[in-house]
Design a binder for this molecule. Sequence first.
Ligand code: OFO
Length: 165
Amino acid sequence: MISAVMEDALNKQINEELFSAYLYLSMSAYFERKGLKGFANWMNVQYQEETFHAMKMYNYLLGRGGKVKLLAIKEPKNEWNSPLEVFKETLEHEKHITKCINDLVDLAEKEHDRATFNFLQWYIDEQVEEEANDEEIIAKLELIKDNPNALFMLDRELAARTFQP
Ligand code: OFO
């Protein structure tokens, strides 16, 4: 049986993951509005990944005999000034999530909860990948600046992303 403090922290993280999903869905809608279908697709896949992150934790908590408590999801932003601004915010958000995961790992250690400690390693690896993906797109957008042809080429590249759990 999982400890009450660990259960509480995992429920908070499920909420963080669901907020991430909500934020990226909002970003996807923004890109659709701007006619950038490839960017919209990339963010839609990100939304699916975040939902997967939340559900993986939800199932883990239930599997450990814990109580899932779904907390209110905040309203995400729905307006940005440019694709670059969106991806800079995405990276900042992912850094925040990385900190949340690291704090959870620290808590699992403190609680001597080896199973949760092990479970969280998957999220640590996932965060490395997520930050790297965002950094790569930011670097490309910084090169593109105001070149519409280059932006449409990147849009086409991002259209190819598919959800892979
Ligand atoms: Fe974006 O990794 Fe989950 O939140």
